[in-house]
Design a binder for this molecule. Structure first.
Ligand code: ACM
Length: 717
């Protein structure tokens, strides 16, 4: 395994040594892709042609056919965004003469009054050097096409332009969602709105609004006001606000599916209505993260009467056809301890808690059907005699989803799209609701409706939530929209960098919030050294944060861990540069220059970092990280120095460096360096150089090609 990592480097060195002795050796020129573009998600079919449509001050838009107000508003938003990007004031209003307009939009119909899972979102976009033409069956299809148009906008020395192109586009999956948990941490209206804008920009079409939890009941109930008044600390959405969000989403062709999590995850319901619980109470709003015992009592008729009224009220408020009842992580501990519930189960022949929950779900299903809703719930509700019309939301994996699909259930995938777990984008990107090699028949595959990224909000505030959702969710959006074969990770990251910056024009704060947090931590002093540190650290993954740094829902989320981001871009670039250094012989010098520069920056940031940390008690926990950063820099530079001098270090040096790296690999302040594996490779490569120099030029030449594999992933953290 290890040999795979460092052998290419040695081969590289030998290549370089040999190349130096040769004359006239020109490195191969990488072919430039003719169709390189910044579209995300990649359209179903895209063909670039020679030529371009200039975008200048006279840029005009005409509409043919259906003029849905949503389309008019969408065109206006597009024009304002073009203005913002190009700093050109464009003509207001629509052009009367389609023949001479720059951009002609033709939508055959308005589409559904309430956005629906079977909405036709397809469109074609034809751009020539004279005119752009967008055609769609519905206003929603046209809105999708407008986002593509905006992504095509480019500029060069001759000005702004749209490249000539023919695009025929439609989504691979009809259900492409983002779950926002507003219960663990309430999110203000503007947070939801800007995220809806971002969703539309990458063609997501479902906001899954996770409204109730142990930690908060966030929707106004006029029928049972104690639910939100006692269960929310006053942080809830009024029904008018909910309608405002639904309308804002509809304007952008986005559905809003509400979730009321039952029978578990229900503490906040019980604060105002302890009589619904399976233990007497009293209950208080939960402040911790985790799985808790309080659960609705499925054996009492009063509970169903209550839910009938409450769900009837919510069914009227939320126009979407689907309503999510949660159903996850109910361990039934309160049920086990309740003698009356146990007697009920015995009397009815209900054998265990799963069966009791299925009984509850069936009662809910009857209620929801009466209110005209399709029921949806998490994996756990998938029990043997669950009626087939219920939609399964899988957080356990594509296999569970496939199993449900084979049995005739529709399903949506979220396993693999848990963006709260801080995994790198590429990991989410690799997850496919219907992976290659799936054994589902076409009819079964049609049951897989799509997927949803899940923004569970234990550790996000209004200030940090965008940085946990974006830009990674754009790559998930691509997985759900684009053809399955769209899997080039390097190109995904290249386009993601462009998309990320463009999302800022919608008011998203995922890029800029970091500097704000760092300035606050630094008390107004220069944050440059902190930025160097934070650019190569990431919060610990999965659920380690809570274990390493116990906090509650009331804790401030303004620490270094909150400023650090998933998939740290500078770390990714460093790792890529090391990978190239170890495998790409022709450009050895330029790669080693980039790697050296970065390592030197880490070293030189350390003294200033120490000074900043001294002056900010909130940063004291970062002290070991500052030392680690300096040590990583020094170690990497030493390794490079051995390599460039062609001198092998002693085994003692190698062992000491590797042991030090083991210590650095331990998270501190719940933060870790995603660059350690690369520095380790530099150390190992420097140490093995003399052995590998024994290879003949013919051997290394051949092996440079075959062994230039990427470095192994950093071992689990
Ligand atoms: C879940 O993550 N409990 C749905």
């Amino acid at each position: 395994m290890r040999a795979r990592i460092y052998l290419p480097f040695i081969l590289t060195l030998i290549y370089v040594f040999n190349a130096a002795a040769q004359t006239g050796h020109a490195p191969p020129v990488a072919p430039v892709a003719a169709t390189r573009h910044n579209l995300m998600p990649v359209p179903a079919s895209v063909r670039f042609n020679p030529g371009r449509l200039p975008v200048g001050k006279s840029f005009s838009v005409a509409v043919r056919g259906q003029a849905d107000p949503r389309l008019q508003a969408g065109i206006d938003r597009m024009l304002r965004r073009i203005e913002g990007r190009t700093v050109m004031e464009l003509p207001r209003g629509l052009a009367a003469d389609a023949a001479s307009a720059t951009f002609v939009i033709e939508s055959a119909g308005a589409g559904k009054a309430v956005p629906s899972v079977d909405e036709d979102e397809s469109y074609t976009l034809e751009v020539s050097d004279r005119q752009a033409a967008l055609k769609s069956a519905t206003a929603v299809g046209a809105l999708r096409g407008l986002e593509t148009f905006l992504q095509l906008l480019d500029g060069d020395r001759d000005g702004y332009f749209i490249p000539s192109v023919h695009i025929q586009d439609r989504p691979r999956f009809p259900w492409r969602g983002l779950l926002i948990d507003v219960a663990r941490h309430y999110q203000p209206m503007e947070v939801l709105k800007r995220n809806l804008d971002a969703m539309a920009a990458v063609k997501l079409n479902v906001l899954h609004w996770h409204l109730t939890e142990d930690q908060g009941f966030r929707i106004e109930s006029k029928k049972f006001p104690r639910l939100h008044t006692m269960g929310s600390d006053g942080k809830f959405y009024t029904q008018d606000e909910a309608r405002e969000i639904i309308s804002y989403a509809r304007e952008r062709g986005i559905r809003v599916v509400p979730e009321f999590d039952m029978p578990g995850h229900a503490t906040a319901w019980l604060v105002g209505h302890p009589e619904l619980g399976s233990a007497p109470g009293p209950y208080t709003i939960e402040r911790k993260a985790g799985i808790f015992e309080p659960a609705l009592d499925p054996t009492r008729e009063e509970v169903y009467k209550f839910l009938d009224v409450f769900l009837g009220e919510m069914a009227a408020l939320f126009p979407d056809a689907y309503l999510h009842i949660g159903g996850d992580e109910n361990e039934g501990k309160q049920w086990d301890r309740n003698a009356r519930i146990q007697a009920f189960m015995k009397e009815k022949g209900i054998k265990d808690n799963h069966a009791l929950q299925t009984y509850f779900n069936k009662r809910l299903l009857t209620i929801l059907k009466r209110h005209g809703k399709i029921m949806m719930g998490w994996d756990e509700i998938f029990q043997p005699d669950l009626p087939q019309e219920v939609v399964i939301h899988s957080w356990r994996g594509p296999a569970a989803l496939a199993e449900a699909a084979k049995k005739g259930y529709k399903g949506v995938l979220s396993a693999g799209y848990y963006i709260d777990l801080i995994f790198p984008t590429a990991q989410h990107y690799a997850v496919d609701p219907i992976p290659a090699g799936s054994t589902l028949t076409a009819a079964e595959a049609a049951h897989v409706l799509g997927g949803e990224a899940t923004m569970w909000s234990e550790w996000v505030s209004a200030e940090t939530i965008d940085s946990r959702i974006w830009p990674r969710t754009a790559a998930i959006a691509e997985r759900l929209w684009s053809p399955r074969e769209t899997t080039d990770v390097e190109d995904m990251y290249r386009r993601l960098d462009v998309v990320s910056v463009r999302l800022e024009e919608l008011g998203l704060t995922h890029e800029k919030n970091q500097a704000t947090l760092l300035r606050r931590l630094a008390g107004g002093r220069d944050i440059a050294p902190l930025q160097t540190l934070v650019s190569v650290i990431e919060p610990v993954k999965e659920y380690r944060r809570y274990r390493q740094r116990p906090q509650t829902m009331l804790s401030p989320l303004t620490g270094l861990i909150d400023a650090a981001r998933p998939d740290a871009g500078a770390a990714r670039r460093f790792n890529a540069a090391v990978e190239k250094l170890l495998s790409d012989a022709p450009r050895f010098d330029s790669h080693s220059h980039q790697v050296k520069t970065t390592l030197a920056e880490w070293m030189s940031a350390a003294p200033e970092l120490e000074a900043l940390i001294d002056g900010s008690p909130a940063l004291h926990e970062a002290r070991p990280l500052a030392r680690d950063l300096a040590e990583l820099g020094a170690t990497g530079l030493e390794a490079l120095s051995y390599m460039s001098r062609g001198v092998a270090p002693s085994a003692g040096w190698r062992d000491a460096r590797l042991a030090a790296l083991e210590q650095i690999a331990k998270p501190k302040a719940a933060l870790e360096f995603p660059v350690i594996a690369s520095v380790r490779q530099l150390v190992v490569a420097a140490s093995e150089m003399s052995r590998l120099k024994q290879l003949t030029p013919a051997e290394w030449k051949e092996q440079v090609k075959t062994l230039a594999a990427p470095p192994a992933k950093q071992p689990g953290n």
